[in-house]
Design a protein around this ligand. Structure first.
Ligand code: GL4
Length: 837
């Protein structure tokens, strides 16, 4: 429906167009106006939360104005857009980011001070938007920031979960999950009740003849759920470009709810229907690197893919272009296999609803989609049971079978004698029940497939997609090494370091061209610069120490070496290796003379991260860390030489405090298991060194910063398989130092040993799948090197500064540019005025 203002009235309209504030006076005007009118509060009733709300609404107004203009500009330009489909967007807080991207944080700071508030207190009122589990979701958030900053016409599509990732409480040393209801007051989203899409589930497929006598499939019956759009503005840094993140929320369909049961008097049943519909977008599944194949999850996936595709197709159809032009106007990026049904849905729209011929439609589909793989962990690879899919999405299953049949015919022609090849590459796994292999479907339906770091991209080509490399040739498979946004992860999280760097480089250009950091190497002899760098690191450690004492009661010495491992708890990430190493250190200290102890560098071992609620072993690791902390932190013999702390509820806003405070951080996954890792990049960018295995992006970080600036240890990915085989069939030899650690645990040094039996025996008796014992000696030795290196503070500092100067490659801007050029084939749309320049 056209609803534009008629031409003669447009001048009047434009005269009254909203402007948004630019000066401090205007910011105060807007903030107070919002507190008084939008929130109906007064100066007698304005706490920090109200001040946060008022300031956010003032900034929101500014974003909305540019957002509207950006959308008009993009529509008018009529060029190719990118659609980034992700089930997770781990956005964190928006206000600080909006202030910095718009370039008005100083204005806001001064304005809030006039009104009686400290900007830090106001910012910290905001509830994190935590619609993700870990690295995969945070990557999506960094990508949105880069796409807007680089002026790409790009939309994100996701789900508006009522509950994000749970809040973690540590109670008596155990993880307790608390629901994260985050929508009480969220000024950053705009409900678009006019944008509602009917989504169908269940039902059956029948065949009809259309007017031309063509046989068409019709999906009928079943139930309808409404998808309602909620839009979130995504501001670019120093550019007016403000992109859109559209999140879908589920609601009972008007037709179904209002009329059928309600009118027939069955009120309770109709309320039940309504709640069932709303359940679809109610909660984020809290697993990282694990798929459990629950029907509700498949419902979420289809709900979100179908709504997004409807929206994308509707936008394309407005242009009145031929269908063949679809891939010239639309690039759809799949963030892992979660949105793979979008491939099937587009084929369904083109063939069943738009009447295209199958082959032509499939060509369009393949040219539109691209798929990024984010893990090789077998338990994380999505497979859906055929009977479940048959019931929920009968037409989609038919399409999958047809795609598979044509694909297998092609393979058979290419490899005529290879029956086993057909079995291996079939989208349908012939198990009991049969399963749909989503990674294969995503690969077949896309024109490009990428891994997220060099090693990972090589591994997928030689393991899960080996046959597909044979079939399609190597060019379909590529690498795009992950990156992080320097705006949030340097400028926002570490403002003093950002300012110091800017003072040396003559401005903030490095924030949009991170390779400019390399000029920092010219200042390695600049005493004042180095002193200030060191002071900033110290201040960041003091800030973290304050957070630790406030939240755990443990007092840590900010002069000690801060050793941090924060990420999801997973056996492959090997927090168990870390804590077993800490116990080894504790036992070593206990055995030392007073003289020897004096020579030792004091350490604080900091852990943080959530365990999936059903992941028993991960929860045991948390409990072991807390139990060790309990003993070590209260041991008078040890004092400041060793402290062990668990930071509760690790999330994006906590990461902003933790990351700038590390001396060393741990990225110690079993080689070949961590696809990339991204916190490794964040820590180095903030002037911390890392200890890590030859895994994921650690390898490329080493190449960039140089081998002498990173502490690598452990077995290589290429040797993992043989080692595992030897464990199972040869003789497994427990590392002798590790044996002593297990003895201490078994003796009850950290409380009831029974609680840790499964953890210990997974290493000693059940094959040590993650090679903790194999890597233990190398790990301990490397930590000794860290201790030694830290004693020479000057040399340490030089390593840190050198490393930061060489981190330019790891900007998500570089990464997005690679996607845009190699995979999406989209051009930026640069607006005329740019506020930063
Ligand atoms: C992950 C990988 O585990 C992680 O290494 C990678 O950095 C991230 C983004 O590419 O994707 N894959 C899954 S699943 N969860 C992740 O965090």
């Amino acid at each position: 429906v056209e609803a534009s203002i008629p031409e003669p009235q447009r001048d009047a309209w434009k005269k009254h167009s909203a402007q948004g504030f630019t000066t401090k006076e205007q910011f105060e005007d807007e903030t107070v106006r919002h507190v008084e009118t939008t929130l109906a509060r007064s100066l007698f009733n304005c706490d920090e939360l109200a001040a946060y709300s008022g300031a956010s609404l003032a900034f929101r107004d500014r974003l909305v104005i540019e957002w509207n203009k950006t959308q008009q500009r993009q529509t008018f330009a009529d060029q190719k857009r990118v659609y980034y489909l992700s089930l997770e967007f781990l956005m964190g807080r928006a206000l600080d980011n909006a202030m910095l991207n718009v370039g008005l944080k100083d204005v806001a700071r001064a304005g809030l001070k006039d009104l009686g508030f400290r900007i830090e207190d106001v910012i910290s009122q905001e509830h994190d938007a935590a619609l993700g589990n870990g690295g995969l979701g945070r990557l999506a958030a960094c990508f949105l920031d880069s796409m807007a900053t680089l002026n790409y016409p790009a939309w994100g599509y996701g789900l508006r979960y009522r509950y994000g990732i749970f809040k973690q409480e540590i109670v008596d040393g155990y993880q307790v999950e608390v629901p994260d209801y985050w929508l009480d007051f969220n000024p950053w989203e705009f409900p678009r009740h006019d944008i509602t899409v009917d989504i169908q589930f269940y039902g059956h497929v029948s065949r009809h003849q259309d007017e031309d006598g063509k046989n068409v499939a019709v999906w009928e019956g079943g139930e309808i759920v409404d998808a309602v759009a909620y839009d979130v503005p995504i501001p670019g840094f120093q550019t007016p470009t403000t992109n859109n993140l559209r999140l879908w929320s589920s609601k009972a369909s008007k037709g179904e709810f209002d009329f059928q049961k309600f009118n027939s008097g069955d009120y309770e049943a109709s309320v039940g229907d309504q709640q069932r519909a709303e359940t679809i977008s109610a909660v984020l599944y809290p697993n990282d690197n694990l798929e459990r194949g629950k029907e509700l999850r498949l419902k979420q996936q289809y709900f979100w893919c179908a709504a997004s595709l409807y929206d994308i197709v509707r936008r394309f159809k407005k242009s009145k272009k031929a269908w063949s032009a679809f891939p010239d106007m639309v690039a759809i990026q799949l963030n892992d296999t979660h949105p793979t049904l979008a491939i099937v849905e587009l084929q369904r729209i083109l063939v069943d609803l738009e009447g295209l011929d199958w082959v032509e439609a499939w060509g369009i589909v393949q040219n539109t989609f691209s798929y990024a793989n984010h893990t090789v962990m077998p338990e994380a690879l999505e497979k859906w049971s055929v009977p479940v899919m048959q019931n929920l999405l009968p037409r989609h299953l038919q399409i999958i079978y047809e795609v598979n049949s044509q694909f297998l015919q092609m393979v058979e022609k290419q490899f005529p004698k290879d029956r086993d090849m057909l079995r291996r590459v079939s989208i349908i796994e012939e198990s009991q029940p049969k399963m749909v292999r989503m990674a294969y479907l995503a690969t077949i339906g896309s024109h490009k497939v990428n891994g997220v770091a060099e090693l990972h991209s090589d591994l997928i080509k030689s393991t899960i997609f080996k046959d597909f490399v044979e079939i399609y040739g190597p060019d379909k498979f590529t690498n795009v090494t992950n990156g992080i946004t320097p705006r949030r992860w340097l400028h926002q999280a570490n403002p003093r370091l950002s300012e110091l760097i800017a003072s040396k480089l003559g401005g903030y250009e490095f924030l949009t061209d991170l390779t400019k950091l390399n000029k920092l190497e010219h200042f390695l002899d600049d005493k004042d610069f180095k002193k200030e760098w060191q002071e900033i690191k110290y201040a960041n450690k003091v800030r973290l120490a304050q957070h630790i004492v406030n939240t755990t009661g443990v007092r840590v010495n900010p002069k000690a070496l801060f050793d941090i491992q924060v990420k999801r708890i997973h056996e492959y990430k090997r927090q168990q290796l870390n804590i077993l190493g800490v116990i080894h250190r504790y036992l070593t200290i206990k055995a030392m003379s007073a003289e020897e102890r004096k020579k030792l560098a004091p350490r604080v071992s900091i852990f943080g991260g959530k365990a999936a609620p059903g992941y028993w072993m991960a929860k045991t690791v948390i409990h072991l860390v807390c139990s060790v902390g309990e003993v070590v932190n209260n041991d008078k013999d040890v004092g400041d030489l060793l402290k062990v702390v668990y930071i509760e509820d690790y999330n994006v806003s906590k990461a902003e405090i933790i990351t700038p405070a590390s001396d060393i951080s741990e990225h110690i996954s079993t080689a070949g298991t961590e696809a990339s890792g991204t916190s490794n990049m964040k820590f180095v960018l903030n002037g911390g060194l890392i200890i890590g295995t030859c895994d994921g992006a650690n390898i490329e970080i080493t190449r960039e910063v140089g081998e002498s600036n990173i502490f690598l240890f452990g077995n290589l990915a290429e040797d993992v398989e043989d080692l595992r085989h030897a464990h199972n069939y040869g003789s497994f030899k427990l590392d002798p130092d590790l044996a002593k650690v297990f003895d201490a645990i078994k003796d009850g040094a950290f409380g009831d040993a029974n609680r840790f039996t499964a953890l210990c025996s997974s290493i000693t008796d059940h094959g040590d799948y993650y090679l903790v014992s194999d890597d233990f000696n190398s790990y301990i030795k490397t930590h000794a090197l860290v201790d030694e290196a830290y004693k020479d503070q000057d040399a340490w500092l030089e390593k840190c500064i050198t490393s930061v100067s060489r981190m330019g490659f790891f900007s998500s801007d570089r990464c997005i540019q690679e996607y845009a050029e190699m995979i999406w084939n989209v051009e930026p749309l640069v607006p005329e005025q740019r506020n930063g320049k």
